[in-house]
Design a protein around this ligand. Structure first.
Ligand code: IPE
Ligand code: IPE
Ligand code: MG
Length: 239
């Protein structure tokens, strides 16, 4: 049997959802929810390494989020830029390497520069690889990879990896906050055998304890990858 937790460190991917509803429930503008969400990002980054997480992929802005009203999109872009500018120093201190995945060409110039600077400044980090998905669409990435004419899974995976900063293992655990139970075009290929964890907690209320709970639930899951739990055990005994 392969339990949820194994050596090497986990790749956890989070769909940070529920900011807008969190704010609306408090009589605040949706952007107040996004601002509070930025603090949750900070908490989760700080908590991740001690929970055995080596790679953390956060869904910050989907390619479909361009459909939102312009003021909300602009506020999100400004927040992303500001987050990268203000958090880079503490990421360096904590050994966090930042890589951004997704399209860059449609982002405001200022955000593009902030991304390039953050990636450059944090490139030596080895404690945690933080991947921020911005203007990200998993289906678009698959189309881009397919355009290279891959002939095997490995080749397709190679091209997908080539769009991001550094190769990472497949996703072990997908967490979605905010109560919805869907993937919304996030890491479809990379999550083929990921465990899925949905929580009603809105992203601005998410933190160390909630993350620890998700990882504990993951450790209780039995991963079989299509095989049989007892077959893995007997193979181990035979060798
Ligand atoms: C997630 O929160 C943040 C982004 C999609 C950028 P939402 O803004 O989707 O919040 P809800 O789902 O409307 O509550
Ligand atoms: C997914 O949330 C995208 C991010 C969290 C960045 P959405 O709120 O955009 O997803 P849907 O529209 O509910 O599927
Ligand atoms: Mg949402």
């Amino acid at each position: 049997m392969q339990s949820g937790l194994s050596g090497g460190g986990l790749h956890v991917a989070i769909i940070m959802d529920g900011n807008g509803r969190w704010a609306e429930a408090r009589g605040k503008p949706r952007t107040a929810g996004h601002l509070a969400g930025a603090s949750a990002v900070r908490r989760v980054i700080e908590a991740a390494p001690a929970l055995g997480i080596r790679v953390l992929t956060l869904y910050a802005f989907s390619s479909d989020n361009w459909k939102r009203p312009r003021p909300e999109v602009s506020a999100l872009m400004r927040l992303l830029e500001r987050y990268l500018r203000t958090e880079t120093a503490s990421c360096v201190e904590q050994g966090v390497r930042i890589d951004v995945i997704g399209r860059r060409d449609r982002l405001p110039q200022r955000a593009q520069r902030a991304i390039a600077d953050a990636e450059h400044t944090t490139a030596a980090g080895t404690t945690l690889q933080l991947r921020l998905a911005i203007d990200y669409s998993s289906r678009d990435e698959l189309v881009r990879a397919a355009a290279h004419g891959p002939q095997s899974r490995d080749e397709l995976a190679y091209w997908l990896q080539s769009f991001a900063g550094q190769p990472v293992p497949d996703v072990d655990l997908v967490i979605r906050t905010g109560g919805e139970q869907r993937l919304s075009d996030f890491l479809l290929w990379e999550s083929a055998y990921a465990e899925l964890y949905f929580t009603p907690v809105a992203w601005p209320d998410f933190g160390r304890d909630a993350l620890a709970e998700a990882v504990a639930e993951f450790a209780r899951r039995q991963r079989r990858f299509g095989g049989l739990a007892h077959a893995v055990q007997s193979a181990a005994v035979a060798s």
